[in-house]
Design a binder for this molecule. Structure first.
Ligand SMILES: *[C@@H]1O[C@H](CO)[C@@H](O)[C@H](O)[C@H]1NC(C)=O
Ligand SMILES: *[C@@H]1O[C@H](CO)[C@@H](O)[C@H](O)[C@H]1NC(C)=O
Ligand SMILES: *[C@@H]1O[C@H](CO)[C@@H](O)[C@H](O)[C@H]1NC(C)=O
Ligand SMILES: *[C@@H]1O[C@H](CO)[C@@H](O)[C@H](O)[C@H]1NC(C)=O
Ligand SMILES: *[C@@H]1O[C@H](CO)[C@@H](O)[C@H](O)[C@H]1NC(C)=O
Length: 385
């Protein structure tokens, strides 16, 4: 990870001459267009910055030193839409890809993806599969939230160099910041031999996770960020990979895991209400993933699915063994014929079809979405101009 990081830094610092060439290019563009283009640019341009975990990682983990447990850059990942594995933990696009489409933005690239001529006017994606709000969560194998924030600061520096302090601040205050974080802070307790719950009570531990997230939000706010979107936590104990942890449990959800997620979701709602009260201009949208996912798991056919509990790709009961692709735990795995019939793509992640439905709800496009998104929907946040 460090090496990639250093390379990245030097790539950003090096090309003075490229900046110059670009500046000339921009000057030509401005002088040859009749002014309306540049005002259109400032009117319509809302950048999209993405932070968090595998729910939103569009391929950052392809470029860090980690294991295949935190990577999805092999078949059959991506088979439905991209037709090649991009690193997304899905058969196709993610919720953030559909949101970018709704916002009339191109696909938002992963920050670590090498680009000849990187530009960040549309935003960028910092999310990393396996990441948590705590640095200890899958430490060494992921880009934790704090490091994601440090990358964001690099991008801010770049934007200031392009747009000036005032221009950059204006852009960052219009931008939308989307977060999906926390699931791994709790899931890791069940997937590793963690003893943290011997030291802390559940609510103390949740308090630490939320405290860390609070620091990040306040930091972005203090640098001008105003529009925040959050995806709350799913019933973690019902993910196929967690359901199978206790074989005596008859395939029921692991309540101990879900109860932590529940405490987290309650604390997150409270936190955001508090921040809205105390931080001038702070606006947020929270998507109730817990409710929306439960509705589909409990009534798959109502939403066009056939299977609500088991995964399309994996091994064993519920295909809960995290083997999709044959590059992690063993080479053998099963793959369903039609991912569209499934809610879960692999042991922990969702199919493109679910991501699309969620994006429509978050945007405020689907029916009756005010029960799962609020107080603003993402369309509101992107249209603050
Ligand atoms: C990647 O991590 C492994 C295990 O921690 C280590 O042995 C290896 O040297 C690392 N590779 C790079 C390129 O940093
Ligand atoms: C978050 O949590 C870790 C402990 O896991 C700590 O080291 C780190 O500094 C905290 N703060 C932030 C902003 O991430
Ligand atoms: C947890 O510890 C047990 C006993 O020491 C060991 O057999 C097991 O592999 C460990 N599990 C993980 C996920 O590290
Ligand atoms: C999800 O919602 C259900 C129904 O309101 C609730 O019982 C459960 O505790 C919630 N779980 C989480 C993780 O928020
Ligand atoms: C949304 O509501 C309209 C009008 O009530 C209905 O015609 C349409 O089928 C609904 N769409 C979905 C996706 O439920």
């Amino acid at each position: 990870m460090n090496e990639t990081h250093v390379e990245r830094m030097s790539a950003m610092a090096r090309p003075r001459s490229v900046f110059l060439i670009m500046a000339v290019h921009v000057a030509i563009l401005i002088s040859t267009s009749c002014g309306s283009r540049s005002s259109e640019h400032s009117r319509k341009h809302v950048a999209f910055f993405i932070f968090g975990d595998s729910f939103l990682d569009a391929g950052n983990n392809n470029y860090i030193n980690t294991t295949t447990l935190d990577q999805a850059n092999f078949w059959p990942y991506g088979e439905t839409y991209f037709r090649f594995p991009t690193g997304r933990f899905s058969d196709g696009r993610l919720v953030s890809d559909f949101i970018a489409e709704h916002a009339k933005l191109p696909l938002i690239p992963p920050f670590l993806q090498p680009a000849g001529n990187p530009h960040y006017f549309n935003g960028v994606n910092f999310a990393s599969a396996g990441a948590g709000a705590l640095s200890e969560t899958f430490q060494g194998a992921v880009i934790d939230l704090k490091t994601q924030l440090s990358y964001y600061k690099e991008v801010m520096t770049w934007l200031r160099s392009k747009l000036g302090n005032v221009g950059a601040k204006m852009m960052l205050s219009r931008a939308v910041y989307l977060f999906s974080i926390g699931t791994n802070d709790y899931m890791s307790l069940f997937l590793t031999n963690s003893t943290v719950l011997d030291t802390f009570s559940k609510s103390e531990y949740v308090g630490i996770v939320i405290g860390n997230l609070t620091t990040i939000i306040k930091d972005i706010y203090s640098r001008g960020g105003r529009n925040f979107g959050f995806i709350n936590l799913p019933p973690v104990g019902c993910l196929p990979g967690i359901r199978i942890i206790n074989p005596d449990n008859n395939g029921n959800c692991l309540e101990e895991a879900s109860s932590l997620a529940k405490l987290h979701n309650q604390a997150l709602s409270k936190l955001l209400q508090k921040l809205e009260k105390h931080l001038k201009g702070f606006k947020y949208s929270i998507f109730n993933l817990n409710i929306s996912l439960r509705q589909r798991m409990n009534h798959p056919s109502k939403y066009g699915f056939k299977e609500g509990k088991g995964a399309c790709c994996g091994t064993g009961k519920f295909r809960g063994v995290f083997s999709c692709g044959g590059k992690r735990l063993g080479k053998e795995f099963q793959l369903c014929e039609n991912p569209k019939e499934y809610i879960f793509w692999d042991s922990y992640h969702l199919t493109e079809r679910v991501h699309k439905q969620f994006a429509d709800e978050m945007w405020g496009r689907a029916n009756n979405t005010n029960s799962v998104v609020g107080p603003y929907n993402l369309r509101d946040l992107f249209q603050t101009l």
